[in-house]
Design a protein around this ligand. Structure first.
Ligand code: SF4
Length: 752
């Protein structure tokens, strides 16, 4: 506790394995300088032994959706360090690098500070400061007008993050259920639907993968370790330590690939061919779990018939993976069944046939018998806490679905891109559907300019709105287009709703304020409630304080706010068996009541009942497929201005294969511009010349290249891959936006 760390030491050791360290003095001094004079934010100087009154406040991390529970430690009320809560199964007492840097979200002096109201045309970025009362009155007046003229359903909510729960309640109380999270149609939606169609249940979050006991883990474009999802990565490390066999399919030699027994550097966009060839081998050689398949599945014969031509030899010219390797890896995964996980991935919106690719992954897992088995996919437990009482929501007369009467039949929730489309009258008319519905957007905690592909279309939709409200911590690009900007305080300055996570153990955790909100920022719950009251929705807010709200909920399950304030995390409810071998009785919520290897549901909608290979365009000469992913110290655009995390990585690089760099005469560290197939250019980005990426692709970390000058640490640092995604490959089954069909070439000073 008395040890001080230098900045470099902090960067080196504040890794996943050693999460939860104090901030290094260098970092502290840097931030302290940045906030000189702001007594609210100054960090105590650490010189020698810690002196002062040490306290800790429970929270759960908001740096990513994993929401690890932790403690904010303070010395004399000033921030000291963030650590994980030992009782939290999501983190087992250890925060990841990004999580320890969460203090930077609180300390960022470029945060939004006051409510803002636009004073010029959209895009002009001219605002005036307003009081909360004035800003909320302005919004309420517009929302009442929209309700009277068009109906409440014409207001939509885009949400990402914990405080979104209060805005969902607000919108439903107001009369709309048009609530979209880009984490569905721009990220994990296809896997949820692909698994649901197969098992009658989705994967959920955190994932129900039993990695710690898996004997074989197959990763397909999933770069665990670089996507630092805490508990999952801890279990992945545990599995590696126990000698699990790892098979990684990735055009890039990722960190996970470096830990693997097999690395299959597949030609991008041909993953389905590999999956079908694996299924072919497993079925032909009868390597599947026969008892399990016989007891729980239907459609094996039809599956066998459908994949009989998809041999490894068929897949070889498509994937560039040799038949011998395909056979060897199929046999490898079968030899460890049922403790084999073909990982469902997380960001899976790639090529537009993503639900079918996820279904192929689900089918492979079914053949391995891994659903409901130790070392496969356990049956999760859930905490269950009653809602605070409120009148029934008024049933909306219309929904986002009306704009899409025949499309995307399996979409389980509103599509962010769908709401965007339905806001542009001409786009919907072209598709032969209902005219525009949406007049108002509330955007909570999601920078749509970085999360939705096809930025041009997003801007066109915005120009059709009567009201755009952005609630955010940072002046993210979307706030520049808003009519009203509402500054939310950071997660360390607020209460939020209870975290009820799925997992092996059902737990509840609490976030409470460690600090008073800085500037004129407010908690999301307060903003939503005040707006609700101004909209005349008083009956939906029968509590005066958030403490009253939380305490009531907790008391219904035998706990209390006081208990959570002391412990941070409590276990709640019954714990049911996790595995079939321990008494879990699987039920499959499919039409047949079985695991569907052949889906008559899909067939009835005119889709392939068994996944089939679809040919996807390959890059033309001189172009390279644009691949993107995560870095362990950032959560995309959410953290790229964080003063602590930018110390570790302040810009992204574009990975270019050595042979390609030679052709283009590119040097390591040289700045270039990427130009996509439609002529759209990126900002400057540094080249990383490496053998670790295929010659037909380039790779960059998503979330950089901010164009809003108000975020000085991230303004024009690196490039924004999203800007280059002008081609979107829509998944016809559930509406996901495939974003890996874009190609780029290089512009240098020499060839410009
Ligand atoms: S994985 Fe890391 S960033 Fe995400 S919630 Fe946990 S500690 Fe925070």
């Amino acid at each position: 506790m008395s040890r001080n760390f230098t900045r470099r030491e902090f960067i080196n050791i504040s890794t996943f394995a050693l999460g939860g360290l104090a901030l290094g003095r260098g970092v502290i001094n840097k931030i302290d300088r940045a906030y000189a004079g702001n007594t609210q934010s100054a960090i105590p100087a650490l010189t020698g032994a810690i002196e002062g009154n040490i306290t800790k406040t429970p929270t759960y991390c908001e740096i990513c959706f994993w929401n690890c529970a932790g403690w904010m430690h303070q010395i004399d009320g000033k921030p000291w360090k963030l650590t994980g809560n030992e009782d939290d199964p999501n983190c087992s007492g250890r925060l990841c690098t990004r999580g320890t840097g969460g203090i930077g979200a609180y300390l960022d002096d470029e945060r939004l500070k006051k409510p803002l109201i636009r004073t010029s045309e959209r895009g002009g970025q001219t605002f005036r400061e307003a009081s909360w009362d004035e800003a909320l009155d302005y919004i309420a007046e517009k929302m009442i007008k929209i309700k009277e003229e068009h109906g409440p359903e014409c207001v939509a909510l885009f949400t990402h993050g914990s405080g979104g729960a209060f805005f969902k309640h607000l919108l439903k109380s107001y009369g709309s259920n048009n609530i979209a999270a880009p984490s569905y149609a721009q990220c994990r939606g296809p896997r949820e639907e692909g698994f649901y169609l197969t098992f009658g249940d989705g994967i959920g979050s955190p994932e129900r993968t039993d990695l710690r006991d898996a004997k074989c883990i197959v990763l397909i474009g999933s770069h665990l370790g670089e996507n630092m999802h805490n508990g999952q990565v801890q279990e992945f490390a545990e599995a590696i330590g126990k000698g699990s066999s790892i098979i990684t399919v990735d055009p890039r030699y990722s960190t996970a690939a470096s830990k693997s027994r097999y690395w299959l550097p597949i030609r991008p966009a041909t993953d389905m061919a590999l999956l079908l060839a694996w299924i072919n081998v497993i079925v032909e050689e009868k390597l599947y779990d026969r008892d399990y398949v016989e007891k729980y599945t239907i459609g094996l014969e039809k599956l066998a018939e459908a994949v009989k031509e998809n041999t490894p030899e068929w897949a070889y010219p498509l994937t560039s993976i040799e038949p011998g390797v395909i056979r060897a890896t199929a046999r490898e995964m079968a030899s460890h069944k049922p403790a084999t996980i073909v990982h469902p991935g997380r960001h899976v919106t790639w090529y537009g046939d993503d639900t079918q690719r996820s279904r192929a992954i689900a089918i492979l897992n079914a053949l391995m018998g891994s659903w409901g088995r130790r070392g496969g996919f356990y049956s999760p437990n859930f905490a269950d806490v009653p809602e605070f009482p409120h009148p029934e929501y008024v049933k909306p007369k219309r929904s986002w679905r009306d704009a899409f009467p025949t499309e995307f039949p399996m979409a389980g929730t509103a599509l962010a891109n769908g709401i965007c489309d339905a806001t542009i009258p001409t786009v919907r008319n072209e598709l032969g559907s209902e005219p525009c519905n949406f007049k108002g957007w509330i955007v909570y905690g999601t920078n749509l300019m970085h999360t939705l592909p096809d930025q041009k279309k997003t801007l066109e939709a915005i120009q059709n709105l009567d009201l755009l409200v952005a609630v955010d911590l940072m002046p993210a690009e979307i706030t520049g287009w808003a009519d009203v900007v509402l500054p939310e305080c950071s997660y360390l300055e607020r209460y939020d709703d209870l975290r009820l996570a799925q997992g092996r153990t059902p737990t509840i955790s609490l976030r409470m304020p460690a600090f008073e909100p800085m500037y004129d920022s407010k908690p999301g719950w307060w903003i939503a409630r005040e707006l609700g009251l101004k909209l005349g929705l008083d009956e939906y807010y029968q509590y005066e304080t958030i403490e009253e709200y939380l305490d009531w909920r907790l008391k219904q399950v035998g706990s209390s706010l006081a208990e959570l304030q002391e412990k941070g995390v409590v276990q709640q409810g019954d714990q049911y068996p996790l595995y079939i071998e321990e008494g879990y009785e699987p039920e499959f919520d499919t039409d047949s009541g079985k695991i569907e290897l052949y889906s008559e549901t899909l067939e009835a909608y005119g889709f392939d009942p068994v996944p089939r290979y679809t040919h996807h365009e390959q890059p033309p000469d001189g172009f390279y497929r644009l691949l993107y992913g995560r870095a362990p110290m950032h959560s995309f655009a959410r953290t790229t201005n964080n003063p602590i995390l930018t110390e570790m990585m302040c810009e992204n690089e574009v990975w270019v294969n050595t042979s390609v760099a030679k052709i283009w005469d590119l040097d390591n560290g040289q700045y270039i511009v990427l130009v996509n197939q439609d002529g759209v250019k990126s900002s400057r980005i540094k080249v990383r010349v490496t053998e670790r990426i295929r010659h037909d692709s380039v790779y960059m970390v998503h979330g950089f290249g901010h164009s809003d000058k108000r975020m000085k640490r991230s303004y024009m640092k690196g490039a924004d891959d999203n800007k280059l995604m002008t081609k979107v490959l829509l998944d016809p089954i559930m509406g996901g936006t495939g974003m890996r069909g874009n190609f780029v070439t290089f512009e240098t000073e020499n060839n410009n």
